[in-house]
Design a protein around this ligand. Structure first.
Ligand code: GLA
Length: 563
């Protein structure tokens, strides 16, 4: 990443009907290889502060053996409770040697590298946990006490993230209990954290993936994408689905905890921020509670279906050694995982709610005419739900319909296609129909389309971000109605001929800016796709793409899909 952050700005402003063209010219470029949402396991929901080496080894063995690893679940994440807040005189983290013993003859007890190496030995990746503030949740609200002060990283970001990386961890969840209590600013702290992470990565050569956990309190979907230059990341959008259900703790507090369907819906509803999620940045709807106390088969199905169609992180918080085969089958369901790992990485948006609690959610999948649809019945009565794909960018022509969970071909059907969904249940379909024409806005030859193309002279001496406008005096104008969902699907076709992902920017109508990742493409044209809120009829829309100075990112065209 260029540290001289001169931002070259491509102001894409074309009057429709003059320069815009319908699909054909630039349509359906293959998608760029954006980072997919993480998948794995986390210790908190089922072990809380009782986590130790034994617990982690058993869970790592389970995920490696029960089919989850084969299906793509790769992280084994140690949450709060691993550290009691002690440091040595130099400020280095000190852990309890009994909690984290040596696992091999040559190892020393009290070294977190032991458990990271164990996780790696099973072909899995290792995750760890800290807090953005001085003390973490283990001080403010431990589940199984006592309170642990100084369990946060503040004042030690440089040292701690380097330590995590040296130990061999691949993933770090950074919580917000201290951050919240100290009234810190999320975008500032997490940018500092991400930059410390990048320095740690440079020192060890190991990727350390940041998981932001501030529960949506400062709207991270507005600033999480690209925070601190992150190439990919996730951010929690709400609180915990359920407080930990620790089976070994048979006290009243733990025994009365059960997951309810409402908690799952609340978490899903709080996480819908489609405009924040794109190019490898994801809304995190919280750890999965599949199979935990209170969960039924239909709740499992709703949970997995909604998380999959949201491309939310799939980090399971259950005790994997007790998970029923039916829950594992859903977690590893090929149809749902294909939707989850779809190359566009977008969230579903609500298309229709013909009666309260009866909902149709849809999202585009990579490839022309492909959609995933969740038919969600939150009510206590079975409901007949119509799917009308003309409401989400497909022609009013017959389309191929498939039941994604059952992996069953439902034939070629005309719209609307009706499905009966049992009470409190969900059906997930994939639809393969005829894509309507997109409107294409080519970048002009004169502007040379290079969004990182500030000439070398222009970069010299620039400090911070400065903007260069290229291709002004043109306007991107929409005629026609705003889409049913309020968002437009916008696809940018580009080349990044450099070796690495470039974290650029997009500013919509001079107001909302978001980090955008441009993965490398070689010489091929590739596309990234975003949900954007654009003005409707007759008002110009300006999409300003930028990339750091010197970045080899070339924009060929922008397409607005007919969604
Ligand atoms: C917060 C987070 C949880 C978990 C606990 C640990 O509540 O949201 O996911 O990490 O802290 O105390």
């Amino acid at each position: 990443m260029a540290s001289t952050a001169l931002l070259a700005l491509f102001a894409l402003m074309l009057p429709l009907g003059v320069n815009a063209q319908t699909a054909g010219l630039a349509a359906a470029r293959p998608s760029a290889a954006i980072a997919t949402p993480p998948m794995g396991w986390n210790s908190w929901n089922s072990f809380a502060d009782t986590v130790d080496s034994q617990v982690i080894q058993r869970q790592a063995q389970a995920i490696a053996a029960n089919g989850m690893k084969a299906a793509g679940y790769e992280y084994v994440n140690i949450d709060e409770g691993w550290w009691k807040g002690e440091r040595d005189a130099d400020g280095n983290i000190v852990v309890d040697p009994a909690q984290w013993p040596a696992l091999k003859p040559a190892q020393k007890a009290g070294d977190m590298a032991n458990i990271a190496a164990y996780i790696h030995s099973l072909g899995l990746k290792a995750g760890i946990y800290t807090d953005s503030g001085k003390s973490g949740c283990g001080y403010y609200g431990p589940d199984v006490g006592p309170k642990r002060e100084h369990t946060g990283a503040e004042g030690h970001y440089e040292r701690d993230f380097l330590q995590f990386s040296k130990w061999g961890f691949d993933y770090v969840k950074v919580d917000w209990c201290g951050g919240s209590d100290e009234k810190l600013a999320g975008p500032v702290q997490y940018a500092q954290i991400e930059r410390a992470i990048q320095r740690a990565e440079a020192a060890t050569g190991r990727r350390l993936y940041l998981s932001i956990c501030e529960w949506g309190s400062q709207k991270p979907w507005m600033w999480g994408a690209g925070v601190g230059g992150a190439e990919s990341t996730i951010w929690r959008t709400g609180g915990d689905i359920v407080a930990p259900v620790v089976e070994a703790e048979q006290d009243e507090k733990h025994l009365k905890r059960v997951v309810t369907l409402k908690q799952i819906f609340d978490s899903f509803d709080a996480g819908i921020h489609p405009e924040g999620q794109h190019t490898g940045y994801y809304n995190d709807l919280d750890m999965m509670v599949m199979g935990m106390r209170g969960m039924t088969e239909s709740m499992d199905r709703i949970h997995m279906g909604l998380w999959a169609i949201s491309s939310a992180p799939l980090v399971v918080g259950s005790d994997l050694t007790r998970l029923k085969p039916a829950s594992v089958a859903l977690l590893t369901n090929a149809g749902l995982l294909a939707i989850h790992r779809d190359e566009l990485g977008l969230q579903a948006v609500k298309i229709a709610e013909p009666q309260p609690g009866v909902q149709v959610w849809a999202k585009p999948l990579a490839g022309a005419g492909r959609r995933a649809v969740a038919l969600l019945n939150r009510t206590k009565e079975a409901a007949r739900i119509d799917v009308d794909w003309t409401k989400f960018g497909l022609a009013p022509a017959p389309a191929e319909v498939r039941d994604a969970i059952a992996d069953k071909d439902l034939g070629t059907q005309g719209a609307p296609y009706g499905v009966t969904v049992p009470a409190e249940n969900l059906v997930v379909l994939t639809i393969n129909g005829k894509e309507l024409s997109a409107t294409v806005y080519p970048a002009s030859a004169k502007d040379n389309e290079r969004i990182g193309n500030a000439p070398a002279e222009a970069c010299r001496g620039c400090a911070g971000e400065s903007l260069i406008a290229i291709g002004g005096n043109r306007a991107l104008v929409f005629h026609g109605v705003r889409s049913a969902t309020g968002q437009r699907l916008v696809r940018a076709n580009y080349r990044n001929v450099g070796p690495a992902t470039v974290v650029g920017r997009l500013v919509v109508n001079g107001v909302r800016g978001t980090g955008v990742a441009f993965p490398p493409t070689g010489k091929e044209l590739r596309s990234i796709t975003l949900w954007l809120e654009l003005n409707d009829a007759n008002r110009p829309n300006a999409l300003e793409f930028g990339a750091p100075c010197g970045a080899e990112v070339w924009l060929e065209s922008v397409e607005v899909l007919a969604w």
